[in-house]
Ligand binder design. Sequence first.
Ligand SMILES: C[S@@+](CC[C@H](N)C(=O)[O-])C[C@H]1O[C@@H](n2cnc3c(N)ncnc32)[C@H](O)[C@@H]1O
Length: 323
Amino acid sequence: YSIPPPIGKNGILSICFRLAASKKRNSMSKGKERWGVLKNAIVEKRIGDGCESQSTRNSFCFNLFTRKKCNCLEKACVKSRKEENDCRWFAYVCNSMLSVKDIWINHPNPKTNLKEITSFNNTGNVCIWPSEEIMAYYCMSNLDLFCGKSVIELGGGSSSLAAMCIAFNSPSTRVLITDGNGKCVNMLNDAIHTNQMNVSNGTNKAQVSATDLRWDMPATYSQYTETFDFALCADCLFFDEFRSFLVDTIYSVLKVGGTAFIFAPQRGNTFHNFAELCKLKFTDVVQIEQYNHHIYKQHLEYLIKNKSYKSDVHFPILLKVRK
Ligand SMILES: C[S@@+](CC[C@H](N)C(=O)[O-])C[C@H]1O[C@@H](n2cnc3c(N)ncnc32)[C@H](O)[C@@H]1O
């Protein structure tokens, strides 16, 4: 081997300098690339439009509701304002129950930002999860139950479809919709207003409102102690840190004799753990898989025909508890 001279074009020092420069350039472009990835994830992350797009990722829709996009182009925008380019209002039409009124829901903007991602629990701004869709359908199939009663939905997300369906189809029911995420609550208030304008008839307004309610902050629900005949909750059992708080909240807000309908997939032990906690407090705790003939049939068909369908994560079960 010939040892390169220390200086000059091919000298060791020159080679070292060139290596260091190219490493710096490489790490700069890698760094830039990583910032690009992060920027895409934060600044322009596209999130699901609803159950349909969600279903291609990790959920199965039970197709109980059809979504009809707001017809802004014909100047019939549900909000009566010029939102042609970014109107995200959809009417949720209950497929098999013609008497059920369409409910207008504003889908969260697909562009999210760092503030939203890092704010309290963003899962309710992603889409309407299948448990919520099923809970809405179940409530519409048993609408008579709620006549003249009071209902609270906990962790309803930005749609709270079940509580919205009850409120605008049963005006004699008093409905309080709640979530711990501020953006969800803002969207719910907007949706309530929009549906009062478009769905309620003038004399028979829905008795519905939305508010921030955190299961782990009793001060946010102490004013509702023993207030409600029914509590609803969909797909909220998988938060390990909040499970017992949620049980306490449901127990606290229900009247004695009141009932909660809780829908969620098994998701490992999460459903079971929640049910066990309920048994320590409530009088009756019943787990029901065949709560609706049509949904159960579809579940069995998915099991047979679709290899990627897994009951554990895709099939919502009903937990019915009575105080
Ligand atoms: C998976 S989402 C379900 C939303 C809706 N029920 C659905 O199925 O489409 C869970 C919801 O629980 C809410 N949540 C989570 N922890 C909470 C807490 N400690 N207090 C109140 N709401 C909470 C989130 O903000 C979110 O909207």
